[in-house]
Design a protein around this ligand. Structure first.
Ligand SMILES: [Fe+2]
Length: 162
């Protein structure tokens, strides 16, 4: 998490309630660190695992879960792809394609862990999950566009929730 204010301020009703107590408020990047000026290309892609309260669902017993940890896996693939898994049950690729300065096309691709038997409700399950992801994206979009309007040469480091 590059900005420890992100989850508490941007996702107070979606992500925040599912996170382990204190996990969203961990300031891993103190505000007084100097800005990063250079980085190797491979350093711009990285993975993280955030503890998450996975809501148990009946269909979870019908799939081969990846791993056994209640975590939110996030692989940030520079420059524009996030590969996410919610507890090893749902997998999501988020792709952000900048089209012009004021437009980005966003592609979400979802699937569930491999089913051990046919799950008739799976399309509805994934549709519900996709709607949740869209809600989170909309929360991000509103605050990031507002922050973007305030950015300028020589300005202070922008912090979500500031
Ligand atoms: Fe976000």
């Amino acid at each position: 998490m590059l900005d420890f204010n992100h989850v508490p301020f941007v996702h107070p009703r979606t992500f925040r309630p599912l996170m382990a107590k204190g996990a969203a408020n961990d300031p891993r990047v103190p505000a007084d660190l100097p800005p990063v000026t250079t980085a190797a290309l491979h350093e711009l892609s990285y993975a993280s695992e955030t503890p998450l309260q996975i809501q148990p669902r009946p269909w979870h017993a019908l799939v081969e879960r990846f791993g056994d940890a209640d975590v939110y896996y996030n692989h940030f693939l520079y420059p524009n792809v996030n590969f996410i898994s919610v507890g090893g049950y749902v997998f999501l690729v988020q792709q952000f394609d900048p089209v012009s300065p004021d437009r980005t096309d966003v592609h979400f691709t979802l699937c569930a862990a491999r089913a051990t038997q046919r799950i008739p409700a799976l399309p509805a399950i994934l549709w519900g999950h996709l709607k949740g992801e869209k809600r989170v994206l909309d929360e991000d979009r509103v605050i990031l566009e507002a922050m973007q309007r305030g950015l300028h040469e020589g300005g202070p480091v922008a912090r979500h929730g500031a």
